[in-house]
Design a protein around this ligand. Structure first.
Ligand code: LLP
Length: 456
């Protein structure tokens, strides 16, 4: 792999002279034989290194301005109890946004104060569970939630730390569906229309709530620091305004997640130390201008920690040459694999572009225009739309698609009654299942027909 390609693959991935890929010191052919395909192969060392890079880069950049940072790993990118434990071991906190994610955190033994709870429509049960677990903060997403959380806090006899999620009007990131801080969408409270200020005042009026600060998440797959800097300015200005009008100086500001990664060698990935330093500089200078002390900062990266750590291995099935017209592309080889939009919805949902390579052998054949497709019953079931792959790819070969660690398994479905793949962590030559493959039996256990003639 050349240097640009290497950014797309997990740090321990390598390819030998025979064209065989290994990850974490484990031959992918052995992984496929032992665990089946499709399978998510998660390079534990890569995941941990990225978690540490965020923690160390932000710690050192903000230490220089006399500040401190909490890094919350956004569990929505990919969460299971092994991952929650790694995150805690690497000194990060964990951001959750449902009761289910809280349950995983609890199973992993993550201490409540190291957890945050998000969500634009939290249920009473989720709020009560978060309070009972003693989470470090609940991020309030609406005015109605201020009194709901305050009442739940009163019921539990606890004072609950909260943040208020605001929208800054800074619109950043990739696809419209993953941009979150512009005005016309469901998250947070607007600074511009005064909703954010009303919620903050409502929190301050409730003694059951401790106002830690304000939060914003401006979008996902953001490639440069400028959008984060712009939103930091807005948050710090709001914090100063709140201090001036209410006398309460909020101790914390959360800048959210959204740090971009390279999915293909054509993409830029955000440089974490550079962004950390840029944000520290902005926070320092803006606080200086405003005459307010530097707040404790938090960030919530998900994709940039989980995404590049994982490769999906697929087994090739049908290979079909298709005549596509008399334009520039005349023929395309359709390579069907044994998964598809049920294990990676991102190409179908966001038009996300991935790359792939033959992983079980070398090929010296000429490369031909190819499309990697899944096994589902729709033509949009495409994993890689346009890629040059060796002309001799054949049934039984293994294809590896990198950068599938974020929003892959976590958004997987059972479409067409397909069981969801396993996640296998690899480290130092040792594979370990951390999410087992679903079986048809798992699916049938959910299937209830108590009026069938032979029902028990
Ligand atoms: N914090 C909050 C409040 C969020 O809503 C999100 C992502 C994150 C942090 C983490 O963002 P990240 O660093 O992973 O970009 N399914 C989409 C992404 C949706 C992101 C939702 N929120 C995708 O596959 O691109």
């Amino acid at each position: 792999m050349n240097a640009r390609d290497a950014r797309v693959w997990p740090q321990t991935a390598s390819v030998d002279d025979a064209g065989v890929m290994s990850i974490g010191g484990v031959d992918v052919r052995d992984l496929a034989d032992r665990f089946g395909t499709p399978v998510f192969v998660l390079d534990e060392a890569d995941f941990r290194a990225r978690a540490r890079l965020f923690r160390d880069s932000f710690d050192s950049a903000f230490a220089e301005i006399g500040g401190a940072v909490d890094v919350y790993y956004a569990g929505k990118a990919f969460l299971c109890s092994a991952v929650a434990r790694w995150v805690a071991e690497e000194g990060l906190r964990l951001d959750t946004c449902t009761g289910g994610e809280l349950a995983v955190a609890r199973k992993a033994g993550v201490p409540g104060p190291k957890l945050g709870l998000h969500g634009n429509n939290k249920s009473d049960v989720e709020i009560a569970r978060a309070i009972e677990m003693g989470v470090g903060r609940i991020v309030l997403d609406s005015l109605a939630e201020v009194s709901r959380v305050a009442e739940a806090a009163a019921d539990a006899g606890r004072r609950v730390p909260v943040m208020v999620r605001v929208t800054t009007g800074v619109h950043a990131g990739g696809h419209e569906y993953i941009a979150t801080a512009h005005e016309d969408q469901k998250f947070g409270l607007s600074i511009a229309d005064g909703g954010a200020m009303r919620a903050i005042e409502a929190v301050l009026a409730r003694p059951e709530l401790e106002l830690l600060g304000i939060h914003t998440h401006i979008g996902s797959q953001i490639q440069d620091a400028a959008a984060f800097e712009a939103s930091a300015r807005k948050l710090l200005a709001l914090r100063a305004k709140v201090a001036a009008t209410t006398g309460h100086l909020m101790p914390e500001v959360d800048l959210g997640g959204g740090f971009g990664i390279a999915y293909t060698s054509a993409d830029e990935a955000i440089d974490v130390p550079t962004v950390a330093r840029a944000l520290a500089d902005v926070v320092d200078s803006v606080c200086g201008e405003l005459g307010t002390p530097v707040p404790r900062i938090s960030i919530e990266p998900g994709r940039a920690i989980a995404g590049p750590s994982t490769v999906t291995l697929y087994r090739v099935g049908v290979v079909k040459p298709v005549t596509v017209g008399d334009g520039e592309v005349r023929m395309r080889t359709y390579i069907s694999v044994d998964g598809g939009m049920s294990d990676n919805l991102r190409p179908a949902l966001y038009g996300a572009v991935y790359t792939a390579r033959l992983a079980n052998r070398v090929s010296t054949k000429v490369k031909v225009r190819s499309r990697i497709v899944g096994k589902h019953c729709e033509s949009g079931d495409i994993l890689v739309s346009d890629i040059e792959l060796p002309a001799d790819i054949a049934p039984g070969d293994l294809l590896a698609i990198p950068a599938t660690g974020a929003y892959g398994r976590s958004m997987a479905s059972n479409y067409n009654a397909v069981p969801r793949p396993a996640v296998v962590a690899v480290r130092d030559g040792r594979p370990r299942v951390i999410v087992r493959r679903e079986t048809e039996q798992d699916l049938l256990l959910l299937d209830v027909d108590d009026e069938a003639p032979d029902a028990p």
